[in-house]
Ligand binder design. Structure first.
Ligand SMILES: *[C@@H]1O[C@H](CO)[C@@H](O)[C@H](O)[C@H]1NC(C)=O
Ligand SMILES: *[C@@H]1O[C@H](CO)[C@@H](O)[C@H](O)[C@H]1NC(C)=O
Ligand SMILES: *[C@@H]1O[C@H](CO)[C@@H](O)[C@H](O)[C@H]1NC(C)=O
Ligand SMILES: *[C@@H]1O[C@H](CO)[C@@H](O)[C@H](O)[C@H]1NC(C)=O
Ligand SMILES: *[C@@H]1O[C@H](CO)[C@@H](O)[C@H](O)[C@H]1NC(C)=O
Ligand SMILES: *[C@@H]1O[C@H](CO)[C@@H](O)[C@H](O)[C@H]1NC(C)=O
Length: 590
């Protein structure tokens, strides 16, 4: 082979590697001012013409799971039940400290993993606790001693007795099984107390209130009624400030300055529209302007039906509270506004920071917490802006609630004691301590790694085991991938440790919305009434934030929205757990 071919080959390989690194780097969400114009809201790469550049979908990674998903396989044929004596006599050989249920002597596996594949208990078997089993083998030696003044002369007599009254040496059956029917031992007083007892939860009360809100005043009051410690700092102030900023008396609109935001691109998801608009809202406040939508072509208009408002305007105001009391139809003059063609095309002569937080809020946060990182400040602002934007208006929220409480619109399944998948009641609201998972698949593979569902379940199962008193294995799933729901149906539980958990089997809950494992354009084109479809999607957010424990991938804007809304509206103290790689959400994207 002529040498120049070798060199050309090497150069080609180096060039390919460079291109790949550049492509990969551009997907990590690293945001600098020089890339702002090119990255769309959710990190799609768009070229100078606003065209979406397709990348290769990275494979779903990490298919190794720690937990045991075979728990729901039919149990192996029962072994002949061993008699208590045989267990007891074989036990002393086993002093590896492996306490717990270990009926099979050949099986020295670590109990922490895969317990459920161990021999299933056969009805009638008793549970033995190792410590007591060992005790019976120990010969208990009592010494009767006569105390005298001179210890060396004490009379010591060993007395070995099998009938010793050691309190430990009880018949083991006393410990068999933790299961108890409490009703058998209730006193009349207990019964009276029980009749009067009602469980209360301020979280549940708040959730039900949320579904009944009607109007901007209601939303503001809802925020003000919240415990400050449950929200990011200065939330009450910020929500009211944003509202007042955007809502001068309409008669004063003409004297104000505006930033006018135009519809960007139908390919943007709702998360991108919300985060992009929030970003620009920050810019508007920084420039001492009110942000209004361009009534001719309003951001996110493709999520709504043509004539969704009586005034004929197709904008997010169809389903959300009015964004501003001023509007582009009536209040623009020659010199009172700047038009923005999209979130990402800020005119060159305007300086903008990536966080876009209005300086008043930035300084407020810094005064409160001087070392607060700018990324966190940015996230704080995203949360405030999203929660402001996504206050559903009365009629839309009414529709949303009717979908939430309609049993035919939602499904809950669990594995019964006989191991069958059964339908169960969809709780409203989700009980305290439940989980929510947003499994973002679909088209998102071009810009972040798609995480397999089982990784979410592993994380939840671990959390439930580590925090068993306040966890309930009820989980709301939102996803565009129907395959995820099929997978959930197969999972009764994924034990990490038998009985170190809250309850045994998961209850999986989801909404029966149409799903296409694709992007927003594909979905909207296929599902008929766009306004109604969008309300169903927003229902997925409301449903998700009913849960105390959120598991997701922050690389997805939808996931960030779940996190943001629950922080501002419900409670920010409960955990968010990430299952994706850190690089996918560093700087929290846009
Ligand atoms: C970013 O967009 C500008 C035009 O808006 C273009 O000139 C530049 O090449 C793009 N940069 C990248 C990295 O795509
Ligand atoms: C614009 O605002 C004015 C004053 O609030 C209102 O009367 C008018 O109906 C609004 N127009 C549109 C198109 O929203
Ligand atoms: C933008 O920022 C740069 C550097 O801080 C400054 O020199 C410039 O004057 C600013 N431009 C505007 C329009 O504020
Ligand atoms: C949980 O499901 C398994 C099988 O999937 C079943 O054997 C077990 O009895 C169920 N547990 C409860 C408490 O229903
Ligand atoms: C785990 O709990 C179940 C009841 O939920 C009980 O039947 C079983 O014996 C327990 N297993 C162990 C090892 O304690
Ligand atoms: C579309 O859905 C919305 C919200 O449910 C409803 O108000 C509207 O009447 C529907 N439009 C059509 C044409 O069915």
């Amino acid at each position: 082979m002529p040498p120049q071919f070798g060199r050309v080959g090497i150069l080609a390989v180096i060039f390919t590697l460079l291109c790949f690194s550049a492509w990969r780097l551009s997907h990590t969400g690293t945001v600098s001012d020089s890339t702002i114009g090119n990255l769309s809201g959710s990190g799609h790469i768009i070229d100078a013409y606003g065209e979406y550049i397709e990348g290769t979908v990275p494979p779903i990674h990490d298919t190794s799971h720690k937990h045991d998903y075979n728990a729901n396989a039919p149990p192996p044929p029962p072994k002949p039940p061993s008699s208590p004596e045989s267990i007891v006599s074989s036990k002393p050989k086993d002093d590896d400290g492996d306490d717990g249920l270990d009926l099979d002597d050949d099986d020295d596996d670590d109990l922490a993993v895969g317990d459920a594949s161990k021999p299933q208990l056969v009805r009638g078997d008793k549970i033995y606790i190792t410590v007591t089993v060992k005790e019976v083998e120990t010969t208990t030696v009592f010494q009767d001693r006569t105390v005298t003044d001179n210890p060396s002369l004490e009379m010591v007599e060993d007395r070995t007795t099998a009938t010793a009254t050691s309190t430990i040496n009880r018949p083991f059956e006393r410990y068999a099984g933790l299961v108890e029917d409490y009703t058998e031992s209730l006193t009349p007083d207990d019964q009276k107390i029980l009749r009067e007892m009602e469980s209360t939860s301020s979280r549940q009360d708040r959730l039900m209130k949320m579904y009944d809100l009607d109007g901007a005043e209601d939303w503001l009051q809802f925020i003000k009624d919240q415990d400050d410690a449950a929200m990011p700092p200065f939330t009450k102030f910020a929500q009211e400030y944003i509202y007042n900023w955007q809502h001068p008396d309409p008669s004063a609109c003409k004297d104000r300055q505006f930033l006018v935001l135009h519809h960007n691109w139908d390919g943007n998801g709702l998360g991108t529209v919300v985060h992009g608009t929030g970003w620009v809202l920050g810019l508007a406040i920084r420039l001492n302007r009110i942000l209004i939508y361009d009534d001719e072509a309003s951001p996110g208009q493709n999520f709504l039906e043509e004539n969704c408002q009586t005034n004929g305007i197709r904008s997010l105001d169809c389903i959300f509270e009015r964004f501003s009391s001023c509007n582009s139809t009536d209040h623009l003059t020659e010199d009172n506004h700047i038009k923005l063609r999209s979130y990402w095309r800020i005119p060159e002569n305007i300086n903008m920071s990536t966080s876009a937080v209005p300086p008043l809020f930035g300084q407020m946060l810094k005064n409160n917490f001087p070392e607060m990182h700018y990324d966190a400040i940015k996230y704080w602002w995203r949360a405030q802006a999203s929660a402001y934007m996504m206050r559903m208006n009365g009629p839309a929220l009414k529709r949303l609630k009717s979908l939430r409480i309609d049993d035919s619109q939602n499904t809950a399944v669990t594995h019964s004691s006989t191991g069958e998948l059964i339908d169960t009641k969809v709780p409203y609201p989700l009980p305290d301590g439940s989980f929510s998972m947003h499994v973002r698949h679909g088209d998102k593979g071009v810009e972040m790694e798609l995480i397999p569902f089982k990784k979410y379940v592993d994380r939840a199962e671990e959390y439930a085991a580590m925090n068993m008193i306040m966890s309930r294995k009820t989980c709301f799933i939102s996803t565009e991938d129907k395959g995820v729901l099929d997978e959930a149906k197969e999972i009764g539980n994924a034990w990490i440790s038998v009985n170190t958990t809250s309850n045994e089997n998961w209850t999986w809950v989801w909404s029966n919305i149409p799903r296409i494992n694709g992007g927003p354009v594909e979905q909207l084109n296929s599902f008929g009434n766009r306004t109604d479809m969008t309300i169903k999607w927003v229902l997925q957010l409301f449903f998700a934030i009913e849960a105390s424990h959120i598991i997701g991938t922050r690389g997805s804007g939808w996931n960030r929205m779940i996190d943001e809304l629950r922080c501002i509206w419900v409670d920010c103290r409960t955990p968010y757990m990430e299952v994706g790689p850190f690089e996918d959400w560093v700087h929290y994207n846009f």
